[in-house]
Design a protein around this ligand. Structure first.
Ligand code: HEM
Length: 445
């Protein structure tokens, strides 16, 4: 770890301490966070200061400092800060927790389950079902289709049930996800209780989801081993029969559903392949040679290097989580800079993955950057899943799922852009194509 909690060193740059443009910054950031981040590229410093309203923020640009933040175990003074307002949706669980309790949950609840074989089995089955439901020549909204696919995969992994049969739950879940974005914004926590339609929708969505998850927990209580899903595993593991245990299980299920951003990565991967014919030809050649026409199995997730490189490169250009943060509860030294209590440390895969100081010709889609032997940028120039003790627990699982889904869809279909316009990336909870992504299907197999 390269940071220390020493409070000596130079103070944070003046612009971060009392820059005049906090309100302008807030408005610009709110209007288009990706453009806001791109505008910081002209600043060559390792840590780029900016203000959002009265909040002093510091974008960490140098990879060795990104690494120092991500790998630090100095919690406090590092904290999750305003992420705590997500308790309105989650009430606890891993992403709202710090320190020992956080480590305990990761070790006992998350790490043992992310490797369970049923996850890849369900992923493959649902992807094949999705591919089988499409019609030759049809135009789909790829973002919408893939989002629904990922949600149904997750729901079946977790509960064994088919989310296709429960549109009410899917709708409630999407409402919760859109509430997470405003919960993080100014007044988010109190807005939950306001008499606004969006707040009322979020509250009733939470009641719908919680009621269903608690019903499923009760069903498993007493005899969890007769169910083969992850919810039963959680119930068995936390066999406490106390309200706090159930609340933690409920939060864990909702966090799995809410954290999975694979649909965003898959959408951009399909778009990039469809607009780069040479990549598409090589991708199809790999699938045809490796699979010989059969439906991929979970084992194939580790046997399709070019498919994996396409996915990694899509997540470089369009990292689903475009930015995340830590907040300081006291002074903290990062590199040569001492940051103050209350300051926000911003980390942005969008910014770093497109930094021309780290990635030659950064806007070029080139899956070969990832082939064995290709020159690599410094460590932590690429962090779509974050890293360190608070990084994504699915960082190994999720790309394997992604390869399996891409291979299953790409084996049967090629995708052509239905619109001439280049999609505009829009930063919501993920990077999504503004207005969706219409693609026309042509059957291959
Ligand atoms: C393409 C898909 C995904 C992406 C890009 C992604 C990315 C991320 C990122 C950037 C973080 C933030 C970590 C931080 O603050 O340092 C995170 C955290 C997290 N992710 Fe993922 N994730 C994905 C899929 C998943 C899936 C499938 C799961 C469920 C198993 C999951 C569960 C979580 C959880 C629980 C956390 C909080 C970790 C903690 O607080 O210790 N993610 N993810």
């Amino acid at each position: 770890m390269e940071s220390s909690s020493s409070v000596t060193g130079t103070a944070a740059p003046a612009a971060a301490r009392k820059g005049p443009n906090g309100l302008v910054g807030l408005a610009r950031f709110g209007a288009n966070p990706l453009r806001f981040l791109d505008a910081l590229r002209g600043d060559e410093r390792d840590i780029v200061p900016f203000k959002l309203g009265t909040l002093r923020c510091h974008l960490v640009a140098a990879p060795h400092l990104v690494r120092a933040v991500l790998e630090s175990k100095e919690w406090p003074p590092l904290s999750r800060g305003r992420l705590s307002s997500l308790a309105r949706w989650y009430s606890g669980g891993l992403i709202l927790t710090e320190g020992t309790w956080h480590g305990f949950q990761r070790r006992t609840l998350w790490q043992p389950v992310v490797g369970q074989p049923s996850i890849m089995d369900v992923t493959g089955l649902r992807a094949a079902r999705c591919a089988g439901s499409w019609e030759d020549g049809a135009t789909i909204d790829a973002f919408e289709e893939l989002r629904t696919l990922v949600r149904t995969i997750d729901w079946q992994i977790l509960t064994g049930d088919d989310l296709d049969a429960r549109p009410d739950l899917l709708r409630a879940h999407e409402r919760g996800i859109s509430a997470l974005a405003w919960l993080l914004g100014p007044f988010g926590d109190s807005r939950w209780g306001w008499p606004l339609p969006s707040s009322a929708r979020a509250r009733s969505a939470r009641a719908v989801i919680d009621t269903e998850i608690n019903r499923l927990i009760d069903e498993r209580r007493g005899n969890p081993k007769s169910f083969g899903d992850l919810l039963a595993w959680f119930v068995d593991r936390l066999d406490t029969d106390v309200a706090e245990g159930d609340e933690l299980i409920c939060a864990t299920v909702k966090q799995w559903l809410g954290a999975d951003q694979l649909h965003s990565a898959l959408t951009w991967a399909l778009h990039l392949v469809a607009t780069h014919p040479q990549v598409e030809a090589r991708w199809h050649a790999e699938l045809d040679l490796a699979l010989g026409g059969r439906i991929p199995s979970p084992r194939d997730a580790d046997l399709l290097p070019y498919t994996r490189h396409v996915l990694l490169e899509a997540m470089r250009l369009y990292p689903p989580i475009w930015g995340f943060f830590r907040q300081l509860t006291g002074e903290w030294r990062l590199g040569d800079t001492t940051l103050g209590a209350g300051d926000v440390i911003a980390l942005s895969p969008w910014f770093t993955h497109r930094d021309e100081r780290l990635w030659p010709d950064p806007l070029r889609f080139d899956p070969d950057r990832w082939r064995d032997g290709a020159a690599q940028p410094p460590p932590i120039s690429y962090f779509p899943y974050s890293a360190g003790p608070y990084g994504c627990p699915a960082h190994e699982l999720s790309p394997r799922q992604g390869v399996l889904v891409l291979a299953t869809l790409g084996r049967s279909w090629s995708f052509k852009p239905a619109d001439e316009r280049e999609p505009t990336p829009l930063a919501t909870g993920v990077i999504e194509p503004k207005g969706g992504l219409r693609m026309t299907l042509a059957r291959r197999n």
